[in-house]
Design a protein around this ligand. Structure first.
Ligand code: ZN
Ligand code: ZN
Length: 437
């Protein structure tokens, strides 16, 4: 196994509180030294001007395998993740077949290991077939080789409050996390974008903020009742941020994530009727976007998650009301965070790293992910150039799909190297296929 010496980089590690220029050496899958004396290495990499942080952890990735391998596979999604600086991704269960049994989550887990570019952490469905009626094989998935921790029917919200209560009670036996895509189906029915002045003027049916907030409030109440850990996926409204803030103040075991597109964009981008800006939950107003940013800054929102949702061109390139919701995000997440949160001074770089790596690793209970960067720790690292400006070109991305509303935008901050368990999975932004063998 190649050993590495990274010289002259700025190490930013919120876990150990480090923010200093230091040489980092890597051998046998682990960090062998930080600062201090470093011995000879097979490969010395000049990291002057670059920043070294713990590898990013995405709590919310759609890999589309099994079922839609034309849109993404576990291998291509892993490559997109490595290119984006990630060393762990949580695979959402709304595949075909649905990951609602031990056999499917074990298949995803094994394919992730085979790709070998990131840790693929399968999430399990809460209900069989995502139908919200009959509980999935939660116990079997939790006890399987995939050791599933996070359970969700993501793609839709669970509509039946009694099902939520019973599932939360059952999950507690496995220290499982109940993760919700908060969306009241009746209120959101047929919606194409956020309901407000813009949806009125564009003549598109809207999804009100209340479709999310009602379910978030219900789930918080049921988490209080049962004591189960609750994670709210992709929260998008000022009202939901406030609900989470109050729930945390009340000591309820709730965590929340927000996506780069919800802190970067508003419903104003729908004025071009760009189907790539159609996403669920929808892009909201500037007031909501500011509330998301404030929630990320004060820690109300624990993590930044991509909700990477690949879609085939022939499905996305049609009239907005026919296009499926979702956009790809693994390869733009870090740059959007740096450009829209760190550069304007909303979050410090250490806070951004906390939200992108430390917190999601902690919530998912992943050993060796999310830092610290110190001798003896697993060598899961992201090295980026904070000054590099680049223009998003969907065709140049590793993801099999191209659906991003950020195409043509210039962002600041680019991943240069990714190390996963001591192997270099991306170098100069190019995924290293030799790690496959
Ligand atoms: Zn969702
Ligand atoms: Zn999702």
């Amino acid at each position: 196994m190649t050993s590495y010496l990274l010289t002259g980089g700025r190490v930013v590690d919120p876990v150990s509180g480090t923010d200093a220029v230091a040489d980092v050496s890597i051998a046998d899958g682990k960090i062998s030294s930080v600062g201090g004396k470093s011995g000879a290495a097979d490969d010395t990499i000049d990291c002057a001007g670059l920043v070294i942080i713990p590898g990013l952890v995405d709590m919310h990735t759609h890999l589309r395998e099994p079922g839609r391998e034309d849109e993404e596979t576990i291998a291509s999604g892993s490559a997109a993740a490595a290119a984006g600086g990630f060393t762990a991704i949580c695979a959402m269960p709304n595949t075909d077949p649905v990951a609602d049994s031990a056999s499917v989550v074990e298949m995803v887990w094994a394919a992730g290991r085979e790709a070998g570019l990131v840790e693929v952490v399968p999430a399990g469905a809460l209900s069989k077939g995502l139908e919200g009626k009959e509980m999935s094989d939660i116990g079997e998935m939790a006890r399987s080789m995939a050791t599933v921790k996070l359970f969700t029917d993501d793609g839709k919200g669970v509509q039946d409050a009694l099902f939520v209560r019973r599932t939360m009670e059952y999950l507690m036996a496995f220290d499982g996390i109940y993760a919700e895509h908060c969306e009241d189906a009746a209120l959101a029915e047929g919606g194409q974008m956020h309901e407000g002045d813009r949806s009125m003027s564009l003549g598109l049916r809207g999804i009100p903020a209340e479709a999310e907030e009602l379910m978030a409030a219900r789930d918080i109440a049921l988490a209080r009742l049962t004591g189960c850990r609750l994670h709210l996926l992709h929260i998008s409204t000022a009202g939901t941020v406030e609900l989470v803030r109050r729930a945390k103040a009340d000591g309820i075991a709730v965590t929340a994530e927000a996506t780069p597109h919800h802190f970067s964009l508003t419903d104003a981008v729908l004025e071009t009727y760009d189907p790539n800006a159609k996403v669920n939950p929808p892009l909201r107003t500037e007031t909501d976007r500011q509330a998301i940013i404030k929630g990320l800054a004060d820690g109300t929102i624990d993590s930044i998650a991509t909700d990477h949702a690949p879609h085939a061109d022939h499905e996305k390139d049609q009239e907005i009301s026919y296009a499926p919701p979702g956009l790809i995000g693994l390869e733009t997440a870090l740059a959007l965070t740096l450009t829209n949160l760190v550069e304007p001074g909303h979050l410090t770089l250490a806070q951004a790293v906390e939200r992108l790596s430390v917190a999601p690793a902690r919530i998912l209970g992943l050993d060796g992910q999310g830092g610290p960067i110190e001798a003896g720790a697993a060598a899961n690292l992201c090295v980026f150039d904070p000054e590099a400006a680049w223009t998003v070109d969907p065709n140049a991305l590793e993801s099999k799909s191209n659906n991003t509303p950020f195409a043509g935008q210039t962002l600041k901050g680019k991943v240069v190297h990714t190390f996963f368990r001591g192997r270099r999975t991306a170098a100069a932004g190019i995924v290293q296929s030799e790690v496959f063998v």
